[in-house]
Ligand binder design. Sequence first.
Ligand code: ADP
Length: 154
Amino acid sequence: MLERTLVILKPCTIQRALVGEIIRRYEIKGLQIIGMKMMQLSDEILSDHYAHLKDKPFFQRLKNSMMTTPVVVCCMQGVNAVHTVHAMAGATNGREAAPGTVRGDYCMSMQSNIVHTSDTPENAVAEVNRFFKPEELFDYQLAFFDYLYANDEF
Ligand code: ADP
């Protein structure tokens, strides 16, 4: 099933000049970028986004780290895109993330770990709606779509 998922390129990615490098990985995999923008996150939106971590000792530090620079938020579309994009991120701790994953290849940190990716289809819907207005998402035909999938796969 065609799904939409959220990717946030974190401040560490902006500061380390890895934006193009990371987006390229999703493009060459075959994910379709249907939304992309730079935005400055606020404590309020991060409190919603990281609500599942509100009792952790690092909660405020994590939110502060996400506000040090603007971030790049992307909405990627593809068949089962939520699982695929989340798996490509790798384990939370970059030191333990498998080589070949985004975190495994580009970072050494638990906190400054390059990307956020939605973890379930339900969370992906909520997260895409949290960070994008409907008019910021674009429905367009990928010219090479028929070469990405067999016609019984979507
Ligand atoms: P993931 O981003 O892999 O889905 P979580 O939802 O558990 O992981 O955590 C969200 C983010 O919080 C992580 O990506 C990481 O930046 C940060 N984080 C998680 N655990 C820690 C920790 N122990 N110390 C510092 N930051 C953490």
